[in-house]
Design a binder for this molecule. Structure first.
Ligand code: PLP
Length: 383
């Protein structure tokens, strides 16, 4: 391998594990089916990599956040539905039509705009309708929804999915989750009573599908099961049941080469701002990866606060001091003499260092670790 190539960190994406994770969630949502959330470049994996793998596994309903992501997803997906979670981008109606995308509508003005557009362009996709059951972020409030329904003004012909989103489904026995599920169930019943057949099962020809669960919802009894679920994080190997064993297969592995090994005498310091102080004669391995690669600077260590870890020669080694833009220094003093050499790869995500643990070490969540994965990595795919 050339010296140039050896300086790049290596991101290995297991597309077989991604497919297996989707199949698992799809089975958990039976008799409904699972969709897939591929927003934020498929949580950092790359839409072009993840979407076809999910499609091949059987997924036919995809969610992105932005119209631009939808356009990229459509280029990677010949068929299947693509919904744009952040709604109708102003002035972009024609693009939804051109790329066969559907918006997720959350306000009256969006609903009216899409209805008017479909009157002119009946071939445009039917939208999803977002009802806000507690996030207070996106979607119609339940009272507005009830009013619209009671007035007989819901444009059902333009809507194929009615959905809501959980606030904290990852918390075991969460009462908020149960309350949201109850509200959603009540609204679904109202729709049914209003004479609209609600499709509880996939593959039926009935017109409206209900969608509630995110990743964690699949593992929460009180979340309820509906026609379509919308997992994201768990697809990519994140633990949807924090505090319990991760039921998902890991998808992402990040490794970076050791590019120098430096003896540091006791009393000297390492890195910017001297945040590592050698308490004994130490050995520091410098790894070619840093915050410019998306590895969080918050995973650095201070004298009074541990940071993240790297696995070097099979053993966990603490990060020494600050994470730099392009480099991470790791304390390998405790490793057997001669067990590491320049060019060896250190593991930053993988094995015992799963994305949830890496997130915790960086004082954030695994979601942010994934969505920050850098562009400078050499990406390797395995099935
Ligand atoms: C991001 C998102 C999801 C996926 O959530 P995960 O926790 O990643 O499974 C589902 N629905 C909506 C509306 C979202 O914004």
């Amino acid at each position: 391998m050339s010296r140039l190539a050896s300086q790049a960190a290596r991101l290995t994406l297991d597309l077989g594990a991604l497919a297996a994770n989707w199949c698992k969630l799809n089975a958990l949502n039976a008799p409904g089916v699972a969709g897939a959330v591929i927003k934020a470049d498929a949580y950092g994996l790359g839409i072009e990599n993840a979407a076809p793998a999910l499609h091949k596994a059987g997924c036919r309903t995809f969610f992105v956040a932005h119209l631009s992501e939808g356009i990229r997803a459509r280029a990677a997906l010949p068929d299947g539905e693509i919904f744009v979670l952040n709604g109708l981008a102003a002035g972009q109606l024609a693009a939804y039509r051109a790329h066969r995308l559907a918006p997720v509508l959350g306000t009256m003005s969006e609903i009216t705009a899409w209805q008017a557009f479909r009157d002119e362009e009946p071939e445009a996709e039917r939208a999803a309708l977002h009802v806000d059951t507690g996030m207070n972020r996106l979607g119609l409030r339940p009272d507005a929804f009830r009013d619209l329904l009671a007035a007989g003004e819901m444009p059902w012909d333009d809507i194929s999915i009615m959905m809501s989103h959980f606030v904290s489904a990852e918390v075991e026995n969460d009462t908020f989750t149960a309350r949201q599920a109850t509200v959603f169930g009540e609204l679904a019943t109202l729709v049914q009573e209003a004479g609209k057949a609600v499709q509880q099962l996939a593959n039926s020809n009935q017109p409206l599908r209900l969608s509630l669960c995110n990743s964690s919802g699949h593992f929460t009894e009180s979340a309820g099961r509906y026609a379509l679920s919308r997992p994201g994080y768990a697809l990519y190997g994140g633990n949807p049941t924090p505090g319990r064993k991760n039921p998902m297969r890991s998808v992402v592995r990040l490794e970076a080469p050791v590019i120098q090994i430096t003896p540091v005498p006791a009393g000297e310091t390492v890195g910017y701002n001297s945040n590592f102080i050698a308490m004994r004669d130490s050995l520091i391995a410098t790894i070619s990866c840093g915050y410019a690669d998306g590895y969080s600077r918050n995973a650095g260590a201070k004298p009074d606060r541990a940071g993240g870890y790297a696995i070097v020669a099979g053993r966990e080694c603490p990060i020494a001091g600050n994470v730099s833009m392009d480099l991470i220094t790791v304390d390998i003093t405790h490793l057997p003499k001669g067990s590491v050499k320049v060019g060896d790869f250190a593991t930053l995500i993988g094995d015992g260092l799963d994305i949830d643990r890496v997130g915790e070490a960086a004082k954030t969540i695994g979601y942010e670790i994934l969505t920050s994965l850098g562009r400078r990595y050499e990406r390797v795919f395995v099935e």
